[in-house]
Structures are given as structure tokens and as C-alpha cells.
Design a protein around this ligand. Structure first.
Ligand SMILES: [Ca+2]
Ligand SMILES: [Ca+2]
Length: 568
């Protein structure tokens, strides 16, 4: 038995050394990155060409400053939306688990600068990483000219009958003529055709040699009796840019409305630089355009696999409240410079199966975290009343012990209070939420209304043990149900936002933001981080008091301006 335990400990130590991504030397110089350009860029027409910079083990392409990227040979910068925002999309283009950066360049600007012509054989980009490294990469291309063309319907031009246009195709050295629609679709619509409807079978894409003079060819085609329409084949426009939703994040406005992260974020010392936050969470999407992380954010690795039976949108919403990037679009987290990680409560067993063991995940965290770090518990558990009468996770004694281990290390644990509507002072809880009986050290968070005077929401746990509250409704953040942008279409997973995240799950990250902002400020001013108990006292003494029925206690809403002023 003892021998087995030693093995497990050894394995944990190895993981602790190899896992976290926050250590590591800063490389210098130039890095080469793989670039994917369109195989055959179309020399005809307007619009943008998309180039994708793929991330590697050494380069996170999403960290490249889009404003620094240029196309070699012409000094062409990235295309911009009206308003100046660069045309970029963050997506895992090659499905290798690393988010990649897709950049768009204006074709007209490329042609004017000579970067895109019949003689072009390669497109090369260079740009800068935040650490000062230059990245370069290139891809081979074979430009051509592609037009969208409709022949006169009365000619009956079909894929198997091009006789009426053979002369015209020969005259222009046509390389290829593809029907716009496959035969199967054409057959299906002809069956349902309404008299007078356009004949879609007469539409084609016509490929001409790269050296073709586009203006001259188009003039000739348009004047030809066989042709109804001819113009450059359209380019795919990138999806519209995400607007700035930060004005909808009322939970970060000054007290009494919110916790006043507006105030703390104006101070570079309170923005979370160098601070670590770990979310106990089933799953999350690190590749969201406004989160910009990778699976390096997963501290659990194979030992604590993420649970994919639920969707990842809960975790994505939580991450956004805390660390969404301050980049002019989407939302901004309360401590946008903090390093955020997640860990699953599911443990892989040596037998090969898995088991729900949050205490194991949390104890594993105690092997990597240190004083000043913060852990957010986004899990609840069934209480003594059963059903959905959920209670804080520390109801489970092994979890309580794991919290004690973390608290003793100087890690602040922020625990969501659960959505079971329970009175934690009731006799059935046997004093387990009475600090004079047992105290995990965790800061328990209840859910209050988004409007003043911040009264308890009916689903929120309450009682003397609940320390502070956050908004439990109307939270604008990344991910979740997509009712602000993106909807539920799986294709929009990286651009999805909600205006209605909530529950104690939504309240916990608000309080976590306050905790990390204060710890960040203390560290940046050369002082020791606060213990959980000191932090809890500070947030309570400086917060906006609870309104409504205060006999059902969920505590005050933190006020960062007052808290930071108190420790300044
Ligand atoms: Ca990738
Ligand atoms: Ca943002």
C-alpha cells in the first residue's frame, strides 16, 4: 500500500515539473512559422485574400500583433474594417489543438504594390510577437484568373454540351470551366422549377491563365452574344468583427452597481500581471477569440481529463469574466493580465476508467500553486435535502480537507455558493457551514440581483457562512448561450457571447476578479498577498451592503475602489 502511494506521488511531481506553461525562458531573434496561403489566388476582382499563420510548439500565432504583420515585397499591412480594426480571425485551422491566426489582405493593395501578379510564386509574411521576436513564414502560390459567368439561357449550355461556347473558350485560352452547381442539385431544382425562374445551370466558374488581361477579357466577354453576365469570381469575406460589448458589463461599473473593476483596471498594478487563477471546471474553450489561450491552460492533462459530456460554454463564460482580453472588442475581464488555467474534477484511474474526484484535483493543485494564487470552484454538490437542493462543494468532507490544504498554503479559494436556495444555517447542515465549528477558509459567494440594492436571488444559498455576493444574472461575457452574438451554431464557437450568464457560477468569477486585483496590487507594491481570511474581511468591510431581506445573508458586493483605497 505504502509503495503504491509513493509511485503516485512521484508521478505527480513529474507532472508538476512538466505541466504549467507560465515558467520558461524568453527566446530571442526570429522564428519561422508555417503559413497557409490559397493555392490559386484569383488575380481578378476586389476583396481580401486570407493567409493563416499556424501555431507551433514554439510560437503561439494568436499572440502576433496583427498591426505589425506585413506582406514581404510590398510592405502591405493587414486589411482593416471601417473604424480601423484589423481583419483577423482566431481559429484552429488545422485541427491540431492550437489556435491559429488568420489574416486578411486587400487584393487591390497587393496588386498595386506588385505583391500579387501573374509572376507571383510565393506569399511571405512577417510580424512581431510581444516578446520582441520576429516571425516569418511563406507559402507557394499559383495565381490564376477566375470569373463567374452566365451564358445566355437560350443556348442551353450544359456541362455535357458546350458546343455553343467552344469558340469563345478557345479564344480566351480557357483553362477550366466548372458548373456553379453539381448535376444532382440542378436536377432537383429543375423538377421544382417555376416558369420564368432563372436557369441556374447556365452559371459557371471560368478559369483563365494568370497572364490574362482581366479588364480586356471582361470587356470582350460582356460584348459576346453568348454571355449574359461575366465578372470576377467573388472572394469569401471574413465574418464581421465583434463589436465592443464592454459597456454592457455592468458588474464592473462603479459601486453601487458593480465592483468597480473600471477603477482597478486603470491601475497597471491591479490588472493581474503575474497572478495565477485556476478554475475547477468540467471544460472550457481556450480558443475563443476574446480568451486567446491554448490547451496549455489545462493543468489537469491526462491525469484529470476534461469532462465533455456537458458543453464547454459554462467554463468559457467564467474565463471571460476574469481574463477576457482588453483588445477593443468583445468583453474585458476583471483582471485581463492574469494567467488563467482550468482543471477538471474528473480523475483518470489506473484501471483505465474515470471518477468524479474534485478533492483529488484540488490536492493536485496544491503541488503547483503557492501563496498569492487563487482557485475558483465552479462546482456544486447535492446536499442533505437531495434533488437539486445543491450546496457548496465543501459539503463533501474530502473537498473541505483539500480546501484546508490550499488555504494553509496561502492560496485563496473562492467557492460558488450553489444554486439550491438552501439556508446553510439550518439544523440539517449540522454546523458544517458554521465557521466556529469548521472553517475551510474558502470565500463563499452568493448570487445577488444585478440591480441595486443587490438582494438575494431566490436560487442562491444563504446563511452566515456566505461571505460576499456577485451578480447572479444579466452577466455579459464570452461563450454560454450566444444570445448576444454567435447563437448556437457550432461554427461560431469562437465568436459567441452572452448577455445572460448568471447563477452563483456567474457571481464567483466577479468576486475572483476582485480577489486577484487586490493580490496583484499588493504584489506590485512589494507586499505579501493576503490570506483568505484577510481577503474575506477586506471585501466584507469595504463592499456595498446587501439589500432586500438581509436575514437571508449573502453578504456585500465587493467594491474594488474602496478595497484598494483601504490597502493603499
Ligand atoms: Ca492549429
Ligand atoms: Ca475583449
Amino acid at each position: 500500500m505504502r509503495k503504491r502511494l509513493m509511485c503516485v506521488l512521484a508521478a505527480s511531481l513529474v507532472l508538476a515539473g512538466a505541466g504549467p506553461a507560465w515558467a520558461g525562458a524568453v527566446p530571442e531573434g526570429t522564428a519561422t512559422v508555417p503559413v497557409v496561403a490559397p493555392d490559386s489566388p484569383n488575380l481578378a476582382g476586389l476583396g481580401q485574400l486570407g493567409l493563416t499563420i499556424l501555431s507551433t510548439a514554439k510560437v503561439d500565432a494568436t499572440q502576433i500583433d496583427p498591426g505589425s504583420v506585413t506582406l514581404k515585397g510590398g510592405g502591405i499591412g493587414i486589411a482593416r474594417w471601417i473604424g480601423g480594426q484589423p481583419l483577423t480571425v482566431v481559429t484552429d485551422a488545422n485541427s491540431d489543438g492550437r489556435a491559429d491566426l488568420r489574416l486578411f489582405f486587400d487584393k487591390q493593395a497587393m496588386r498595386d504594390a506588385g505583391v500579387l501578379s501573374a509572376a507571383t510564386t510565393e506569399l511571405s509574411v512577417s510580424g512581431l510577437l510581444p516578446d520582441g521576436r520576429t516571425i516569418t513564414g511563406s507559402d507557394k502560390v499559383t495565381p490564376n484568373v477566375v470569373l463567374e459567368i452566365k451564358f445566355q439561357e437560350n443556348l442551353g449550355v450544359r456541362a455535357n454540351n458546350l458546343s455553343a461556347v467552344q469558340g469563345l473558350l478557345r479564344r480566351h485560352d480557357a483553362v477550366q470551366l466548372d458548373p456553379l452547381l453539381p448535376e444532382q442539385t440542378l436536377a432537383a431544382i429543375s423538377g421544382a422549377a417555376v416558369a420564368g425562374a432563372p436557369d441556374m445551370a447556365s452559371w459557371y466558374h471560368l478559369t483563365l491563365p494568370a497572364k490574362a488581361n482581366v479588364d480586356k477579357v471582361l470587356a470582350d466577354l460582356t460584348a459576346s452574344p453568348e454571355v449574359a453576365y461575366a465578372y470576377p469570381a467573388p472572394e469569401a469575406a471574413p465574418p464581421p468583427a465583434t463589436p465592443d460589448f464592454t459597456s454592457m458589463q455592468g458588474y464592473f461599473r462603479p459601486a453601487a452597481q458593480g465592483i468597480d473593476a473600471d477603477f482597478s483596471r486603470r491601475d497597471s498594478r491591479a490588472r493581474g500581471t503575474g497572478m495565477r487563477v485556476v478554475d475547477l471546471e468540467y471544460n472550457w474553450n481556450p480558443f475563443h477569440e476574446d480568451i486567446g489561450l491554448t490547451w496549455a491552460s489545462d493543468l489537469g492533462g491526462t491525469q484529470f481529463p476534461r469532462y465533455t459530456g456537458f458543453n464547454d460554454e459554462h467554463g468559457t463564460a467564467v474565463f471571460g469574466e476574469v481574463v477576457a482580453r482588453d483588445n477593443g472588442f468583445g468583453v474585458t475581464g476583471g483582471v485581463p493580465n492574469a494567467a488563467m488555467f482550468g482543471i477538471s474534477p474528473i480523475q483518470r484511474l489506473s484501471s483505465g476508467g474515470t471518477s468524479y474526484r474534485p478533492a483529488a484535483s484540488l490536492t493536485f493543485l496544491s503541488t503547483i500553486l503557492t501563496r498569492g494564487d487563487t482557485v475558483l470552484i465552479e462546482q456544486q454538490t447535492v446536499g442533505p435535502n437531495g434533488g437539486t437542493r445543491y450546496v457548496p462543494l465543501e459539503w463533501i468532507q474530502s473537498v473541505f480537507d483539500a480546501f484546508r490544504v490550499l488555504t494553509n498554503l496561502g492560496v485563496v479559494v473562492v467557492e460558488t455558493g450553489a444554486n439550491g436556495g438552501e439556508n446553510l444555517d439550518a439544523a440539517i447542515f449540522q454546523g458544517r457551514f458554521n465557521r466556529s465549528v469548521r472553517d475551510s477558509g474558502a470565500i463563499i459567494v452568493g448570487a445577488g440581483t444585478s440591480t441595486t440594492p443587490h438582494s438575494r436571488l431566490s436560487f442562491s444559498s444563504y446563511g452566515s457562512r456566505v461571505d460576499v455576493q456577485g451578480w447572479g444574472q444579466n452577466i455579459t461575457t464570452t461563450g454560454s448561450n450566444g444570445n448576444l452574438q454567435g447563437g448556437t451554431d457550432p461554427a461560431n464557437i469562437n465568436i459567441r457571447y452572452t448577455r445572460s450568464f448568471g447563477g452563483t457560477s456567474g457571481a464567483g468569477p466577479i468576486v475572483t476578479s476582485a480577489v486577484v486585483a487586490i493580490q496583484s496590487y499588493l504584489r506590485a507594491t512589494g507586499r505579501s498577498p493576503m490570506t483568505a481570511s484577510q481577503m474575506s474581511s477586506l471585501l466584507k468591510s469595504t463592499g456595498t451592503p446587501q439589500g432586500g431581506d438581509t436575514s437571508q445573508r449573502i453578504g456585500p458586493l465587493p467594491n474594488l475602489r474602496a478595497a484598494l483605497t483601504a490597502v493603499a
